[in-house]
Design a binder for this molecule. Structure first.
Ligand SMILES: [Zn+2]
Ligand SMILES: [Zn+2]
Length: 255
């Protein structure tokens, strides 16, 4: 069985002590592809270096909404050049986060819109982060023509109506550790309603460990916990679901 972690931050200092072991455990767990997602210029270039060094890793480059205040008016030249590398398969993570508000909302919207235009321009899908900002995020994706580049709403936490709007734009929905939390029946209902050809799973490691590892450092091998819950929710065998998710990753990121 081959699995794909559609979103992790392997460059994070949480992995500085044992990154090689983390990658070995991922391989043992059947993870044959991992998408390492940058959150600003420096981490995007770190993600690219990791992807260049490991056959199973690909990367996304871009600015997380938390960091958008540091981007300035333009996409950094180093990132514009990075997208020519075949290891870069997406733009992101980009989006809006009104839960933490680390960057001013107007700045978040401006930087997100600029990255949507960039993704359309270079023909790469978007990895989108949205927290407590679905109204504005979906409106921007719609008004800026994001259906032309497509992408994924990562660690999806919205409701069925928001899921529908994202699906109508041609986007995929990726589910992370919260899918396994006891209280999240509503999220599992949303996952059950997502068409099989638009689903992905992820860890968002080192954050958001799934049950039963909640509260400890997350790592890509633990994606199996979220994957198993998704198989239950969809009422499917694990082999069959793994195949479908694998094809989805390949279709979206064109590796
Ligand atoms: Zn995120
Ligand atoms: Zn992330």
């Amino acid at each position: 069985m081959r699995l794909f972690d559609s979103h992790c931050h392997l460059y994070d200092e949480a992995f500085d002590e044992d990154r090689a072991e983390v990658l070995a455990r991922a391989e043992e767990a059947g993870l044959a592809r991992l998408l390492v997602v940058g959150s600003d210029e420096a981490t995007s270039l770190q993600a690219l270096a990791l992807a260049q060094a490991h056959e199973s890793l690909f990367c996304a480059v871009g600015y997380h909404p938390h960091e958008s205040r540091f981007m300035g008016g333009e996409i950094p030249r180093s990132l514009k050049e990075a997208v020519r590398d075949r290891n870069v398969v997406a733009i992101g993570e980009a989006g809006l986060d009104y839960y933490y508000d680390h960057s001013e909302r107007s700045v978040q919207r401006e930087v997100f819109a600029r990255q949507i235009a960039w993704a359309v321009d270079v023909g790469l899908p978007l990895v989108v982060h949205v927290r407590d900002a679905f109204g504005d995020a979906l409106a921007l994706l719609e008004s800026e023509g994001a259906s032309r580049c497509g992408g994924v709403l990562h660690c999806f936490s919205g409701d069925a109506v928001q899921a529908r709007r994202a699906l109508d734009l041609g986007f995929y929905l990726s589910f992370a550790g919260p899918l396994t939390f006891a209280k999240n029946d509503a999220l599992r209902d949303v996952a059950a309603s997502v068409p099989l050809d638009r689903l992905l799973v992820e860890t968002d490691a080192p954050y958001l460990s799934p049950h039963p590892r909640r509260g400890r450092r997350n790592e890509p091998a633990l994606v199996v916990h979220t994957f198993r819950v998704l198989a239950e929710v969809k009422g499917m065998g694990e082999e069959e679901l793994a195949d479908r998710l694998w094809e989805n990753g390949r279709a979206l990121f064109r590796w």
